[in-house]
Ligand binder design. Structure first.
Ligand code: PLP
Length: 390
């Protein structure tokens, strides 16, 4: 007897992984340099030297049992204090260490938050385009997953659609800004309008509707564009943060959940998040990495190479006639498929060993995603292929 849902999730690779594996296979045949793989969001800038130095220092200075032992289930106090200090310096947010739960990256943190909110009948909204894993995360938590249609071409939030879709069962709406796959950043105006709507709907239904802010790309923003700190606009916000992209540490599994003390039922909510993490076995995030974050919480990435990639691709593709969403953040471009069928475009591109991900899995057919955390050289060499395809 095997759980059918888990079986299906485990036996069908995501479209992104499928393309990535295809690319590896082709590289073995035609050579790495002849495959233009824009499929996977693996950071292409190394972790900052300070992080690697911190790892060396910790290994040298700290007693081995203390480095590798279990921490407290919710994370070391020193780590939570360092994160709280950083958030308070940047956003004057009034964060306390006891408002933070150290998690193993955004994915398990989101799972814990969805499970914490999944009362019987609960509905959770996601704004398209959205990170495809939200759907299994929400559904396996026992809630219903509902998609707010995309606001094309600017990829802000269709507030009229949100208003229509909220019911008495809505417990949360997931926001991801800077956005994977669109690369867009929700403006303060968008967020303030959404906050007003959620406040009114929460009052109408007599229970809070939380924002779940999925923020692995918070620090990846270009040209001085503001990424508002959502809890300061709408206190009923749970932040799921990750160092996977900001410090290029996706394999190390470290991040945090922030439950603001101003949120409705904050104490119970925090306990439920911790309890959900416990039930999933996601407590005691990696101890060495917690110690690294205690020393490096204030570090920011050097975005120069992503920015150069972003500008080169954006300018190159628009000059060729492609329509591209304004890429203010993360490391993705979201491009309108010539002819309107992104699957057909992606297939055609595949024949030329250029790998881009159709938008269907992100809830946005007709667009494809280009992930520009790749080498600059590959971008330059791929532009003529994009030219042939249009
Ligand atoms: N959320 C979004 C929008 C992502 O793009 C990713 C990873 O690519 C995740 C969450 C998961 O990140 P983590 O490595 O922190 O689990």
């Amino acid at each position: 007897m095997i759980n059918q849902t888990c079986y299906e999730l485990g036996s069908n690779r995501s479209c992104i992984r499928e393309l990535f594996e295809y690319g590896r296979g082709r590289a073995a045949v035609v050579g790495n340099e002849n495959v233009f793989d824009y499929s996977l969001g693996n950071p292409s800038i190394p972790a900052p030297a300070e992080v690697e130095q911190a790892i060396r220092d910790i290994l040298t200075d700290t007693n081995s049992l203390a480095i590798h032992g279990y921490t407290s289930a919710i994370g070391d106090l020193a780590t939570r204090q360092a994160i709280a200090d950083d958030l308070n310096d940047r956003y004057n947010a009034g964060v306390r260490p006891e408002d933070l739960f150290i998690g193993c990256g955004a994915a398990p943190e989101l799972v814990s938050v969805f499970r914490a909110l999944a009362v019987p009948g609960a509905e959770i909204l996601a704004v398209a385009p959205y990170f495809p894993e939200y759907k299994p995360f929400v559904e396996c938590a026992g809630a219903t997953f509902k998609v707010v249609p995309p606001d094309v071409p600017g990829f802000q939030i269709k507030l009229e659609a949100v208003e229509q879709m909220i019911t008495e069962n809505t417990v949360a709406i997931i926001l991801n800004s800077p956005n994977n796959p669109a690369g867009t950043v929700y403006t303060r105006k968008t967020l303030e309008e959404l906050a007003a709507l959620l406040t009114a709907k929460s009052a109408q239904y007599g229970h809070p509707i939380y924002i779940v802010a999925d923020e692995p790309y918070r620090e990846l923003v270009y040209g001085g564009v503001e990424v508002p700190f959502i809890p300061n606009i709408y206190p009923n916000t749970l932040v799921c943060y990750s160092y996977s992209k900001s410090l290029s540490l996706p394999g190390e599994r470290i991040g945090y959940v922030y439950v603001p003390k101003q949120a409705t039922d904050a104490g119970a909510l925090y306990a439920a998040v911790a309890g959900a993490a416990r039930a999933a076995g996601h407590v005691c995030a990696p101890s060495l990495l917690q110690k690294v974050i205690a020393r490096c919480a204030k570090l920011r990435p050097d975005l120069e190479s992503y920015d150069r990639n972003r500008r080169t691709l954006y300018e190159g593709l628009t000059a060729l006639g492609y329509e591209v969403a304004k890429p203010d953040g993360a490391f993705y471009l979201f491009v309108k498929a010539p002819g309107g069928d992104a699957n057909a475009f992606s297939e055609k591109a595949k024949q030329k060993d250029l790998l881009v991900v159709p938008g269907d899995g992100f809830g946005c057919p007709g667009y494809f995603r280009v992930c520009y955390c790749v080498s600059y050289d590959m971008i330059v060499r791929s532009l003529p292929v994009f030219g042939q395809l249009i």
